[in-house]
Ligand binder design. Structure first.
Ligand code: HEC
Length: 101
């Protein structure tokens, strides 16, 4: 029983910190132009999540300049970021958590 509780505690802290991380990264880098479910300067995460795969989202964050045409935009005004793979992973998970919201 004790072991079971410990496993649960570790699992939930892992999940929680991962979520927090994506949210924090979003607030630091993206919130000026994207909101979770409302249209801002860029499209809302709920809309992005409903039409893109994780690979597409990651590719766009890594290089909007090489992806915008494939995504149907005439030009791109999105900032080019220099984020680590782990940061891009958490951000894409965070965006996808808004699918259907
Ligand atoms: C300077 C404003 C700005 C910032 C900052 C910004 N974006 Fe964007 N983003 C846009 C705009 C505007 C678009 C629409 C196409 C374009 O201009 O590139 C876009 C498009 C996107 C797309 C593709 C949308 C689609 O059609 O599926 C993704 C994914 C995305 N942004 C993710 C992010 C993430 C994640 C961050 C933070 C790391 C971020 N953006 C920061 C303005 C911004």
């Amino acid at each position: 029983m004790k072991k079971y509780i410990l496993v649960l505690a570790v699992l939930s802290s892992l999940l929680y910190s991962k979520d927090l991380n994506g949210k924090k990264l979003f607030e630091t880098h993206c919130w000026g132009c994207h909101h979770q479910t409302a249209v801002a300067f860029g499209p809302p995460f709920s809309e992005i999540a409903s039409k893109r795969t994780k690979e597409e989202i990651q590719a766009y964050i890594i290089s909007p300049k090489s992806m915008y045409k494939a995504f149907g935009y005439k030009r791109t005004v999105m900032t080019q970021f220099n984020l680590s793979d782990a940061e891009i992973e958490s951000l894409s998970e965070y965006i996808l958590s808004y699918k259907g919201k």
